[in-house]
Design a protein around this ligand. Structure first.
Ligand code: 5GP
Length: 129
């Protein structure tokens, strides 16, 4: 069965898209740690991040770099943190999180509750940065 992220990429499940090319797709995390928390996903469905083929692995970081630069332009933050977890969704992905302090990347903290309108507005700002 297709992963939830493949279903998002295929447009079966809605998301707040930030960027896309032929190999990668970026969209806002539905339960963000910070405003602008973005997931970057390869269209190739592979569970474990470090099982991605080398060219896909290198490519996702270059794609994430472009997205991170856009996030930093429009979301006030010191920098954009990067992490890979993958315990919840078995489709490789990178988290990009605007941060000012270490605790901004603490996944044990309560997530923000943003409305669909707020998420849409943030995605729009990042897309157009
Ligand atoms: P991980 O697999 O890295 O542990 O966490 C998966 C992340 O994907 C979580 O931060 C979670 O909020 C996010 N997520 C899970 N399902 C969806 C979804 O259907 N839409 C979006 N936009 N994000 C999701």
């Amino acid at each position: 069965m297709a992963s939830i992220f493949t279903r998002i990429i295929q447009g079966e499940i809605p998301c707040h898209k930030v960027a896309e090319d032929d190999r990668y797709f970026a969209f806002l995390d539905i339960n963000p740690l910070r405003e602008g928390h973005t997931l970057v996903v390869p269209k190739l469905e592979v569970d474990v991040f470090f099982d991605l083929p080398p060219d896909q692995l290198a490519g996702i970081m270059l794609f994430a770099q472009e997205v991170a630069r856009k996030i930093r332009k429009v979301v006030p933050c010191d920098r954009v943190g990067v992490c890979v977890i993958g315990l919840e969704v078995p489709h490789a992905h990178v988290h990009l999180i605007p941060i000012d302090r270490m605790s901004d990347m603490d996944f044990a903290r309560p997530k923000l509750k943003l409305s669909a309108e707020e998420l849409a507005a943030i995605a729009d700002r990042i897309r157009n940065a």
